[in-house]
Design a protein around this ligand. Structure first.
Ligand SMILES: [Zn+2]
Length: 203
């Protein structure tokens, strides 16, 4: 995938349609900066926006990924390539989400430890402040746990080791499940067996 080529192609198609970066951005509900970043080849459009972008530019998703117009006889070949590219893109964005979760949890530890220790120390001198600090500490733990779980639920799929089914579980199942790293003990929706289901990035 050649981001620079794709960027130039987006810019060319946009101009062909007589759209400014600002107008295109507005139609997609994003910032001008994002459009200019794609066009400079610095990043790819978010996967969720790609179908609408292609429609506005009057190109197919395959053409977007190739960074050029595709003659119709080559279409099948390029749509297979496209599927692979889409998988890669999904994989990358899910990996990013999961590393964000790790950073979030890592950074939150000193914050709530600090709240709880200072709360406990101040408790004997200034009771109300101590309580506020302790409560803030616990709130930090809870908020980070909820956000972390939500990210883990949304990023990618879980794979059943018995039947190989890849699925997105209910949020409740993720919250209740014991885990080792990102593998969680859950019931497979396809074969019904319970076991440790591994997190996978793509379907
Ligand atoms: Zn299964």
């Amino acid at each position: 995938m050649d981001q620079e080529k794709i960027g130039k192609f987006i810019a060319a198609c946009r101009k062909e349609k007589g759209l400014t970066q600002a107008v295109l951005a507005e139609k997609l509900g994003i910032t001008n900066r994002a459009v200019s970043k794609w066009e400079n080849g610095r990043c790819m459009p978010d996967i969720s926006i790609i179908p609408e972008l292609c429609e506005l530019l009057g190109i197919s998703v395959s053409e977007l990924f190739k960074g050029e117009r595709i003659a119709s006889e080559k279409f099948e070949e390029s749509s297979n390539e496209l599927l692979l590219e889409m998988r890669k893109l999904e994989e990358n964005s899910n990996k990013k989400l999961l590393s964000f979760e790790k950073v979030l949890i890592f950074l939150s530890i000193p914050v709530y430890v600090l709240f709880i220790i200072s709360g406990a120390l101040i408790m004997s001198v200034m009771m109300p402040l101590g309580i506020i600090l302790l409560a803030s500490g616990f709130a930090t733990v809870i908020i980070c746990a909820v956000v972390g779980l939500k990210i883990e639920h949304d990023a990618g799929y879980y794979e059943c080791p018995d039947c190989g089914e890849r699925y997105v579980p209910e949020m409740k199942a993720v919250v209740m499940a014991p885990h080792i790293g990102t593998s969680r003990k859950m019931k497979c929706p396809s074969c019904g067996k319970k076991g440790y289901h591994k997190k996978v990035m793509v379907k």
